[in-house]
Design a protein around this ligand. Structure first.
Ligand code: NDP
Length: 292
């Protein structure tokens, strides 16, 4: 039985980070501009701490300005919003990212609404979501944008392909579907109320799983030769009492059917921070009137 091509997201991400670093060198030399990213973390969620640390490290490694604001869990929403406002007004900062989840006493929607759309490098504001849906230039959520880089390389011409996105979150499923639509795919968005999900998935030339349910998508849900992008990051217990990371797709079953597939870890995950750096550079250029 033929085996799927394993899509090496780490290698793509390394390439993208190199391109970003080269562009940063150029912006410094030709425009005296150093792109800057500020990341705000409220509380001590362990996974968020890891993400925030690597965002800071990779921003610096790309030659950019990096700020990490760590606030205690009991910070009031008003205090957080006033920090966001300060960062919105700071000319050294071109990207503002508040790491989610935030503590329960805060409103995620209010925080997103406070971020300047020009510095919204996560693409979460209504302005950027609306611009994406309207086909206008927008800062686009990093993970879906990263998935598109992988898909364009693996699939090539996306026009007319049947794409199924499982999941409809504002961060992942919806922008992913919009990007595929903008690339002229025929797009279906599936979710927890979708009937006969397996049959819907089997129609896909491109199947994107962004659900958060370990190994939910089985081998017989996949059309032979399809390209499978697994966004899920789930921890499951191992026999030795430790845990391991798996995606939303049953990788062992899927790789015997798919034409190409992203592994977890090492597939979509590494693309997210690389795209965040790329978005920050784009935002810095737009804010300074420099053409893309
Ligand atoms: P959300 O929980 O916000 O959304 C999950 C979506 O999956 C919802 O739309 C939900 O449907 C749908 N869903 C849940 N259960 C089912 C089911 N049984 N059948 C079909 N659809 C279902 O998650 P996110 O979109 O934020 O993230 C999804 C996954 O991707 C997570 O594992 C997350 O960790 C990972 N992720 C990885 C990133 C990376 O690689 N860097 C970045 C972002 C996310 P409904 O709307 O009907 O409830």
């Amino acid at each position: 039985m033929s085996q799927a091509k394993i899509i090496d997201g780490k290698a793509f991400a390394a390439q993208l980070r190199e391109q970003v670093a080269a562009e940063v060198v150029r912006l410094k030399a030709e425009h005296d501009l150093t792109p800057g990213l500020a990341v705000v973390l409220v509380g001590e969620d362990p996974a968020s701490q890891v993400y925030v640390r690597s965002k800071g490290e990779q921003t610096l490694a790309a030659g950019m300005h990096s700020e990490t604001h760590r606030l205690p869990a009991e910070t009031s929403q008003a205090e957080l919003l006033s920090l966001v406002e300060r960062l919105n007004d700071d000319p050294a900062i071109h990207g503002v990212l508040v790491q989610f989840p935030v503590p329960d006493h805060m409103s995620q929607a209010a925080i997103v609404a406070a971020i300047s759309p020009d510095k919204d490098v996560d693409g979460l504001t209504v302005t950027n979501a609306g611009r994406l849906a309207s086909g206008l230039p927008a800062l686009t959520a990093c993970t879906p944008a990263g998935c598109m880089v992988l898909l364009r390389d693996v699939v090539g011409d996306l026009r007319g392909k049947r794409a199924v996105v499982v999941g409809r979150s504002n961060l992942m499923g919806k922008p992913m579907a919009q990007l595929l639509l903008a690339a002229d795919c025929t797009v279906t968005i599936a979710h927890s109320r979708t009937q006969d999900l397996a049959a819907v998935c089997r129609e896909a030339d491109i199947l994107v799983a962004a659900v958060g349910r370990p190994q939910m998508v089985k081998g017989d849900w996949i059309k032979p030769g399809a390209t499978v992008i697994d966004v899920g990051i789930n921890r499951i217990p191992k026999d030795d009492g430790k845990t391991r990371l798996v995606g939303d797709v049953d990788f062992e079953e899927a790789k015997a059917v798919a034409g190409a597939i992203t592994p977890v870890p090492g597939g979509v995950g590494p693309m997210t921070i690389a795209m965040l750096l790329a978005n920050t550079v784009s935002a810095a250029k737009r804010l300074n009137g420099i053409a893309e």
